[in-house]
Write a protein of this length. Structure first.
Length: 250
């Protein structure tokens, strides 16, 4: 069979009801290309590879799991990318959907990697550590609203779908999990430049306890900083607020 590697944060989904719920969410969308991240023991894979007329690939870093999946499902032999997701090149030349029970130790990095491909990734359906899922989906005013929230929501509509108990995994993780769906926005965010937007967001949340006036004073002329919006903290500003402020940066 196979072993569970703690170093790779491997917790394999075993609850068939949860698996079917995730597959059901996937079926609600239309796609031609599908990438699974971290297939592991194949809980989702056994359903994903059966989708008709779909170009399917899976990325798996663990050689033992690659061998296991290739033997159990011979049709996967040329569909598995044996690398870390963080190191792979874009797997399709056309738009694609990403799905997975994402390794919790690199889940935030995975989302930022997806942003590199945002023009081609139309949808992401993922299982995350609950607090990461909540951060991605949270709105301004929430205590967990931050850099991840703003940068992902600048390009995606994010919906927190449901909780998943740690008892649904083998071995059970010490944390609760959550599933989210992210759909690429059709409207383009209006900002001065992507670089300016990212710099502003990261600078603002780097000192989130301070008012914007103190946190981002190096990015704006003194007269602009007198605006009332700079009396707020970063967590009070919407994605659109940050985008609008980029036009006033020096």
């Amino acid at each position: 069979m196979f072993t569970h590697k703690k170093s790779l944060a491997q917790h394999f989904l075993k609850d068939e009801l949860v698996i079917q719920k995730i597959i059901g969410v996937l079926k609600e969308g239309a796609f031609n290309n599908l990438l699974e991240v971290g297939p592991g023991s194949g809980a989702l894979t056994k359903y994903l590879m059966g989708f008709a007329n779909i170009n399917f690939k899976a990325v798996e870093i663990d050689e033992e799991k690659v061998v296991y999946l290739s033997k159990k499902y011979p049709v996967l032999a040329d569909k598995i990318i044996h690398q870390s997701f963080l190191d792979i090149e874009k797997p399709f030349d056309e738009p694609f959907t990403v799905i997975g029970n994402f390794p919790y130790n690199i889940s935030t990095q995975i989302l930022f990697k997806v942003l590199d491909w945002k023009d081609d990734v139309s949808c992401i359906i993922g299982m995350f550590q609950k607090e990461v899922a909540q951060r991605a989906a949270s709105k301004e005013g929430s205590k967990v609203y931050g850099v991840l929230s703003v940068l992902m929501q600048a390009y995606y509509e994010i919906e927190y779908l449901f909780d998943v108990s740690n008892s649904c995994f083998d071995p059970p993780p010490k944390v609760q999990s959550g599933v989210i769906r992210m759909k690429r926005k059709t409207m383009t965010l209006d900002y001065k430049s992507e670089r300016a937007f990212w710099v502003l967001v990261k600078t603002a949340f780097n000192q989130r306890r301070k008012t914007m006036r103190n946190a981002v004073k190096s990015l704006f002329p003194a007269e602009v900083l007198q605006d009332e919006i700079f009396l707020k903290r970063a967590e009070a500003l919407s994605v659109e607020d940050f985008a609008a402020l980029t036009f006033r940066m020096q």
